[in-house]
Structure formats: C-alpha cells, structure tokens
Ligand binder design. Structure first.
Ligand SMILES: [Zn+2]
Ligand SMILES: [Zn+2]
Ligand SMILES: [Zn+2]
Ligand SMILES: [Zn+2]
Length: 172
C-alpha cells in the first residue's frame, strides 16, 4: 500500500500561510489561527469565515486541539530536522559530507580535522537517500494520526451536511 505523504500545506493557516497557531474550528469546519481570525473580522467589520465567507454566529470558537497538537509535532520535527543539518561540534557548519570510515555525517571543518585524517568522504546527497527512509519510518505514527483526523473531519462534514438537509426539510 502506498503511504500518503503529508506536507506543510496540511498544517497551514489559509490566512497567514504559516503553520497554525492556536487554530480554532469554525462551524463550517474550516480552521483558522485565532489571531488571524480576530484580525480578519476586525478588518472586515463583520464576522465571517475567511475561506468560505459563511457568517459566524459565535464570537468565540473552540480551539481545534487535534490540529493544534499535530501542528506542534510537525513543527518540532521540522526544527529537529533543521538542527540535524548542522554539525554538532561546529554549529554554524552544514553537514555536507559523509565520512565512509566513521559512517557519519561531517562538516567541512570536521573533514580537515585530525579526527578524520585520510578518511574517505562522499557528498551528502548520496547518504541522504538512506536517511530519508529512516525518517519515513519515524513519521508513520504521526501520519496515521493525521489520517484518523482527516477521517473524523470528513465524518463531521457529512454530519453537518446531513443536518443542513434535515433543517431544509423542516422549512420547506
Ligand atoms: Zn494564521
Ligand atoms: Zn469556512
Ligand atoms: Zn564539524
Ligand atoms: Zn572520519
């Protein structure tokens, strides 16, 4: 089974395009950062969803905790993988090389140090492919969570639709 990859897009606020910060869940099922929503409402002079323009009846909406947690994990992972690009000993140096003798990523300063004298190095792009596989394994539990979340969201969308139809039935 092919595993879906999830991207930054899944965690981006449709207003600020950043990773969600305290996303709130609107009745229309769209999620927006709380601060973005407040700003949008202020600028508009009326309360509506920035995505579908549906009127918002409430002033305060609940925080979308599942999404919030997912965003936090995603961000932590991003930061961690950013940090992993840099040499632990020479913090400003990118790990550009892979030392074949020590089987580890090294920076240009490491390469020239005594520690790796006469060692063989290969460009990191070759070594990165292997590391990607490793990362994929680590990400699987998070991916599953996201899939579940999407499923729940779809179900609640359907329920909302169902309710709408029922309400229409009562009125017409
Ligand atoms: Zn936002
Ligand atoms: Zn909406
Ligand atoms: Zn180094
Ligand atoms: Zn070495």
């Amino acid at each position: 089974m092919a595993s879906k990859s999830f991207s930054e897009e899944d965690f981006s606020c449709p207003v600020c395009y950043n990773i969600y910060k305290d996303p709130v869940l609107l009745t229309c099922t769209h999620s927006i950062c709380n601060t973005c929503l407040q700003k949008f409402w202020k600028a508009k002079g009326s309360r509506e969803c920035p995505v579908c323009r549906r009127r918002c009846s409430k002033e305060i909406y609940p925080v979308n905790l599942v999404l919030k947690n997912l965003c936090e994990s995603f961000q932590q992972r991003e930061e961690k993988s950013q940090r992993e690009l840099f040499c632990r000993m020479h913090r400003s140096e990118l790990l550009k090389l892979f030392c074949e003798d020590d089987q580890q990523l090294v920076c240009l300063v490491c390469r020239d140090s005594k520690l790796h004298k006469n060692h063989n190095f290969s460009p990191v792009s070759e070594a990165v492919l292997e590391r990607k596989e490793e990362l994929k394994i680590k990400l699987e539990p998070l991916q599953k969570k996201l899939d579940n979340f999407k499923q729940v969201k779809t179900t609640s969308d359907e329920t909302a639709q169902h309710i709408r139809v029922r309400v229409m039935d009562c009125f017409f």
